[in-house]
Design a protein around this ligand. Structure first.
Ligand code: HEC
Length: 247
């Protein structure tokens, strides 16, 4: 009997000791709940010092945890954009536009993506011919809704189409070329995709033209070549977008 009494005394002592050390931490059965985390006796490296994505970090002078990619870094899964030769036609990106070129490859030119991110820039060098081609394709494929100048006031809106995006809004000026490319190909919300009817080089030519349209609304005289004389206000040609030439 004495042994049992000592056992219970010892048990009470041990219970009190544990409560004293660990406290009533995970006392969800009590009316007041503690915000303190439970004691971890064997944390098994669950918590470690590490940089979390996008989190600030004092270690670097600029206070940012994320480092900028070293110049020239190529994301995993990214294929360098190159002038592509079509096996059947021998056409390259910059070459003959009248050659049918639909793709379905995984590279930037076909997806607008570098690895898993939207990329920026054309996969070939834009020339004046690219812009002219882009204007033509834009006017055929996009202007009915987005308007000749991209204000979102194309002829279809006169017949009840609502919600057409104004391509001059800041969000779309800031948007990467790759994401716009994806909208063009696959559509977005109420806009259907046009990938089935627009060839790969033409898609990029349209984007180049949209960028030109956007730029046209934000040019200052400092951006103009020194030999260009800006037309005086009201003399025409200053703000073409305000008066769309044709619907
Ligand atoms: C039949 C009408 C129609 C045509 C044609 C059309 N769009 Fe759109 N587009 C829309 C509508 C409507 C929206 C707004 C979609 C939304 O967000 O609800 C839109 C939105 C967009 C956006 C903005 C998407 C975003 O991220 O918010 C872009 C960029 C765009 N269109 C590009 C194009 C290009 C390039 C073409 C020509 C290849 C084109 N659209 C042709 C109707 C059209």
């Amino acid at each position: 009997m004495a042994l049992l009494r000592y056992f219970f005394l010892l048990l009470t002592f041990v219970v009190l000791l544990v409560i004293a050390m660990a406290g009533l931490r995970d006392t969800s059965f009590l009316s007041h709940k503690t915000k303190r985390p439970p004691l971890e006796f064997f944390p098994d490296m669950v918590r470690q010092d590490k940089v979390k994505a996008q989190a600030p970090n004092d270690f670097f002078a600029d206070g940012r945890g994320a480092r900028e990619a070293i110049h020239g870094t190529v994301p995993l899964g990214y294929t360098e954009p190159a002038a592509r030769v079509s096996a059947t036609h021998g056409a390259v990106m910059e070459g003959a536009y009248n050659v049918v070129l639909f793709a379905g490859q995984e590279d930037y030119a076909d997806t607008g993506k570098s690895g898993t991110n939207w990329g920026n820039g054309l996969p070939f060098t834009a020339t004046l011919a690219t812009l002219e081609r882009g204007r033509e394709r834009y006017q055929i494929q996009c202007a009915v809704c987005h308007g000749a100048t991209g204000l979102g006031n194309g002829i279809a809106t006169k017949y009840g189409l609502v919600g057409v995006a104004n391509l001059h809004q800041q969000r779309l000026r800031d948007m990467s070329d790759g994401e716009i490319y994806n909208t063009l190909v696959n559509g977005k919300n109420t806009m259907l995709g046009y990938g089935a009817t627009i060839q790969v080089p033409d898609r990029w030519a349209i984007i180049a033209y949209i960028r030109a349209l956007q730029l046209s609304q934000h040019v200052t005289s400092a951006d103009l070549p020194s030999d260009a004389t800006p037309a005086p206000q009201g003399a025409g040609g200053t703000n073409a977008a305000a008066t769309p030439a044709q619907p």
